[in-house]
Design a protein around this ligand. Structure first.
Ligand SMILES: [Fe+2]
Length: 165
């Protein structure tokens, strides 16, 4: 699709984050499985549930705007997930691996925060108020997940990894 207008950009970005979320649906179970701290496992499992809901709400946005639910390959998310897989494949110490998985997961969340922040803003500019609200709600979920990961790292996971060294 050639991008000529802000609306084209908006649609492009929606398709990008839609693809990103779908990739994440496949990656999160592996991240949960590779985590050792039960709190971290739980955080990934609940974010997996949340992500399923986000994909559904993105599909509602496509429907509402009369757009086909087509994903545009998101190379950024592919790269971030690839890095996460590298961590999962090469870090042997379980407590250090939890730190590595949090690093990867927070990079993913920050990508999503940037993506939803911009699509929510575009939706506002274009006058799609309902969609703006939907996208803002998802943005808040991503921010919460990021905060949960920071809390887990600071209060638990980082300390355990340093102690284990
Ligand atoms: Fe998400």
């Amino acid at each position: 699709m050639s991008v000529k207008t802000v609306q084209d950009l908006f649609v492009n970005e929606l398709r990008d984050i839609y693809h990103a979320e779908k990739q994440l649906l496949r990656a999160l179970p592996k991240m949960a499985k590779s985590s050792t701290h039960p709190e971290l496992k739980q955080a990934f499992e609940s974010h997996l549930e949340e992500t399923r809901g986000q994909v559904e709400r993105l599909e509602q946005v496509f429907d509402q705007l009369d757009l086909s639910k087509r994903a545009k390959p998101c190379q950024a998310m592919e790269g971030l997930i690839e890095e996460a897989k590298e961590h999962m494949g090469e870090i042997e110490d379980k407590s250090v691996l939890d730190v590595g998985i949090i690093i990867s997961a927070q990079k993913v969340e920050h990508y999503e925060i940037a993506a939803y922040g911009t699509v929510a803003a575009y939706a506002g500019i274009l006058g799609f108020t309902d969609d703006q609200n939907t996208l803002h709600a998802i943005l808040d979920e991503e921010k919460n997940t990021d905060r949960t990961l920071t809390d887990l790292a600071e209060k638990l996971v980082n300390k355990d990894a340093v102690r284990a060294a």
